[in-house]
Write a protein that binds this ligand. Structure first.
Ligand code: UD1
Length: 428
């Protein structure tokens, strides 16, 4: 089991380059098998989730060549299976995108019910409702979602829940459905726009991505494409919060500042100085850290993925802050870990009340999921003394080169191999 030893009290200073978006990359990689022709992808983050999905695609019969650290060439003329293996799929929630892409490619998919971060129940009913509207027969047995469509047909789909995954998955399947499909109450996240841009580059006709009504004219052949993944707004937001939390000053490069407006607005409200420039952001703490209330919401609201990091930051703001988690039912596993570091936080349903002020103290803590792990890193930097973070494999799922990037900014952290075996459910 690997652990990170973090020495608290270092201020982050300098410049950091942001990698490609994890969530866009996962959708786009899954979509890349919808054509038999060659697909080139650039700015693909070198993170565990991407490597797992690449391994799944190879297992299905795709041929993937790395072209440098962040580019690949994918060809899948001889894709031989529509049934990805459970052992790999369980590691990756986004493997649900294989339902949409395999359905589009073969009219069939048999995908194990996906795993991923544990934020309480994470149903896929909206994905399935949409597939069914597109003419798919669905059976769920032995832990497998079995999808079969003689011929996908266009449909008018109204999503009951605004869902990133369902919106993208239905866009993938609808690309192969003859006629015009409309997805109403669609998610508006930038990752949806990026996935739509990639599908369009392959020859699909998609209008309205980035708004709540998306129209897809399906049934067109898909060809070779070349696409560069957008920057990861959650990685960028994580560095923004880390800079403020450590009373540092950093310039975050290669970002789309528009995607960071909700985070920038909240950090400013908390007293930080944020300059959004053409493709970079300068972040500095400011004279005093103030308590703020945050409500997570779908894009363009404050992202749920940054909620654990924001909560960690607010433990240092003198006074009461309130965080309401509107996207996921129980995304507060990091609270117990923060309490180990001395934080005073009370959770009532979807609300966390943070009494900020007293500094955190270093402690042994655990990364309970990807973003909670990032929050623990931030807590470790803020804390007095040494923090020992276990379950760090969670962090490598979504942050490329995280130790190197942080070390260059002045953080003091070291990866070690612990002599204790991993606990059940704890990846390393
Ligand atoms: C995606 C992101 C994740 C991010 C989340 C919200 C990927 C791979 N993951 O997850 O990092 O935290 O968006 O921005 O892109 N829901 C249903 N039925 C469904 C689908 C979703 O009830 O069929 C609910 C979920 O339980 C949740 C809410 O809708 O409460 C939003 O979930 P969704 O947007 O689908 O998140 P994911 O696609 O799983």
């Amino acid at each position: 089991m690997e652990q990170l030893i973090i020495e608290g009290g270092q201020k982050l200073h300098g410049r950091v380059k942001i990698s490609g978006s994890k969530n866009a990359a996962l959708a786009i990689l899954a979509a890349a098998i919808m054509t038999k022709e060659r697909v080139k992808l650039h700015n693909l983050p070198n993170i565990t989730d991407v490597r797992v999905l690449i391994a799944i695609l190879e297992d299905l019969g795709a041929s993937i060549r790395r072209r440098g650290r962040n580019s690949i060439e994918l060809r899948s003329p001889g894709l031989r299976s529509y049934s990805p293996p459970y052992d790999m799929v369980k590691k990756l929630r986004a493997s649900y995108y294989l339902m949409g892409s395999l359905l589009a490619r073969f009219g069939r998919a048999e995908v194990p019910i996906p795993g991923g971060c544990d934020f309480g129940p994470r149903p896929i009913d909206q994905h399935l409702k949409g597939f069914s509207a597109l003419g798919t027969d669905i059976e769920i047995e032995h832990g497998l979602v079995k999808l079969r469509a003689e011929k996908l047909k266009a449909a008018h789909i109204y999503l009951d829940v605004v869902s990133v995954g369902a919106t993208i998955n239905l866009m993938l399947a609808a690309t192969a459905a003859e006629g015009q499909t409309t997805i109403e109450n669609a998610s508006k996240e930038p990752e949806i726009v990026d996935a739509a841009n990639f599908l369009s580059a392959m020859g699909a006709s998609i209008k309205g991505a980035g708004t709540d009504v998306i129209r897809i004219k399906g049934g067109r052949p898909l060809f070779s494409a070349n696409h560069t993944i957008i920057p990861d707004r959650i990685e960028a937001g994580s560095f923004m919060i880390a800079a403020v939390a450590t009373d540092g000053e950093i310039v975050i490069e290669e970002v789309i500042p528009k995607h960071l407006e909700a985070v920038a607005a909240k950090l400013r409200e908390a007293g930080a100085e944020i300059e959004l420039q053409a493709d970079r952001v300068r972040v500095k703490r400011g004279p005093q850290l103030l308590p703020v209330d945050i409500k997570t919401f779908v894009y363009p609201g404050f992202p749920t993925d940054l909620q654990p990091l924001a909560m960690t930051l607010l433990t240092a703001a003198e006074g009461t802050s309130v965080i309401t988690e509107n996207v996921f039912e129980s995304r507060f596993h990091h609270v117990d870990e923060l309490k180990r570091m001395g934080a005073q936080i009370k959770v009532e349903g979807r609300t966390a009340i943070i009494e900020g002020g007293p500094p955190l103290t270093g402690a042994p803590v655990k990364a309970t999921d990807l973003r909670a792990g990032a929050a623990m890193l931030v807590g470790g930097f803020m804390g007095q003394g040494r923090t020992i973070l276990s379950g760090v494999g969670q962090i490598y799922r979504g942050y490329e080169d995280i130790e190197a990037k942080l070390t260059r900014l002045g953080a003091r952290l070291k990866r070690i191999r612990s002599s204790f075996p991993a606990l059940p459910g704890e990846s390393s």
